[in-house]
Design a protein around this ligand. Sequence first.
Ligand SMILES: O=c1ccn([C@H]2C[C@H](O)[C@@H](CO)O2)c(=O)[nH]1
Ligand SMILES: [Zn+2]
Length: 133
Amino acid sequence: MVTRDELIQKAIDIRKRAYVPYSEFPVGAAVLTKSGEVYEGVNIENAAYPTSCCAERVAIFKAVADGHYDFETLAVTADTDRPVPPCGSCRQVMSEFFDSDTVIHTTNAKGQIKSMTMEELLPFSFTPEDLNK
Ligand SMILES: O=c1ccn([C@H]2C[C@H](O)[C@@H](CO)O2)c(=O)[nH]1
Ligand SMILES: [Zn+2]
């Protein structure tokens, strides 16, 4: 199982692959599955701007497409003044797959790390349980 710092380093390393011709704001993410695999993601933008996808969701969607639905933790990094806050869409996608006590590590190029639980990141979120299936 990779350590927190190894996962953060994978997010830092993958960030160079971001496809960001419009924002020029590269983001890297790495998610660790409960079975120990790491999936990395970068933000991928599009000339039709809203079609773009954040690094966190790319990492999670790659893992899900490979059959992983349970996650230990996620790390995300960008060159921001504070540890980069995941956007609302990514928080909602995380809440679908992460337990409320799953810890997410947000970081930046200065080496600052802010770790918080899924519940802290998106309190009172709409979850699959709310569908009463
Ligand atoms: O946590 C974040 C915040 C932003 N972005 C992307 C979306 C867009 O491509 C660019 C600027 O918002 O950064 C991410 O990938 N993750
Ligand atoms: Zn996002």
